[in-house]
Design a protein around this ligand. Structure first.
Ligand code: ZN
Length: 254
């Protein structure tokens, strides 16, 4: 019997799957709004056209599906053979015809969704390995995909903004990014706050930090290296009077 619904009943996981599916639908919408000629245009990512972004999202779904197959069968199948193989695959995908590129996105998204849907409840705890070599439970793949589809929908640069991304996704993204800074020690003296909330990330113990602040979508966009609209900086490394200093570039994330 083919299951028509998710095998897991974990409410947190089901909520995560919903965010991933919504993000995939959002990416699909933005991709479908682009004409075939538009695909040749630049994305927000240096050196990448929209074709590269679409190819990356397609191959990312396939790579994550391999992790789910690993969790289901116990047979180790990495996301990518190597970082070079991943990059090569994206470069190749970017040369596909528009119809093939769109099919790659559609089919890979459906395939991943089926893998998720049919994964037995207990297999979601099985350990798999990310492309960075991190050992994580299979359930983590839902978040890995979620942040890819939402962020790269913005990178298509045809109207999506970080304000389109649901707040829970933005908050987790900011925690991820600032966590990566912290692991590298690159957040020293840098405090990130979200206007209208008591959310604070980064070097929360600093004596006189540079404080970068703004609405949640703007702060996450800045932290992810996608511009500093609506973001302000005060303190040590922010030049300028009356609290309106220039905003420093965010530390590198990935
Ligand atoms: Zn990506």
């Amino acid at each position: 019997m083919v299951a028509r619904h998710d095998q897991t009943t974990d409410p947190e996981l089901l909520a995560g799957l919903l965010q991933a599916r919504r993000g995939t639908a959002f990416f699909a919408r933005k991709l479908n709004e682009l004409s075939d000629a538009d695909l040749d245009g630049g994305s927000l990512l240096p050196g990448w056209t929209r074709r590269h972004v679409a190819a990356h999202i397609g191959y990312n779904a396939r790579a994550i599906a391999r992790l789910i197959e690993w969790a289901a069968t116990g047979v180790e199948t990495p996301m990518y053979a190597s970082a070079a193989a991943r990059d090569h695959e994206i470069d190749f995908g970017a040369t596909l015809s528009p119809i093939a590129l769109r099919n790659l996105f559609d089919h890979s998204a459906v395939h991943l969704n089926v893998e998720w849907r049919d994964l037995p409840a207990d297999a979601w705890h099985h350990t798999v390995k990310t492309a960075q070599g991190r050992l994580v439970p299979a359930s983590e793949t839902v978040w890995m995909r979620t942040r890819e589809v939402w962020m790269h929908a913005v990178d298509l640069d045809n109207g999506a903004t970080f304000a389109d991304i649901p707040a829970p996704v933005l908050e987790r993204l900011l925690a991820d990014i600032t966590g990566a800074w912290h692991a590298r020690g690159s957040d020293s003296g840098l405090l990130v706050t979200v206007a209208g909330t008591d959310l604070a990330f980064g070097d929360t113990g600093a004596q006189s930090p540079t404080v970068v602040s703004g609405p949640l979508p703007a702060v996450v966009a800045w932290a992810a290296g996608r511009g500093s609209n609506e973001v302000t900086a005060t303190g040590a490394s922010a030049a300028g009077a009356s609290g309106g200093g220039s905003v420093p570039a965010a530390p590198k994330w990935i």
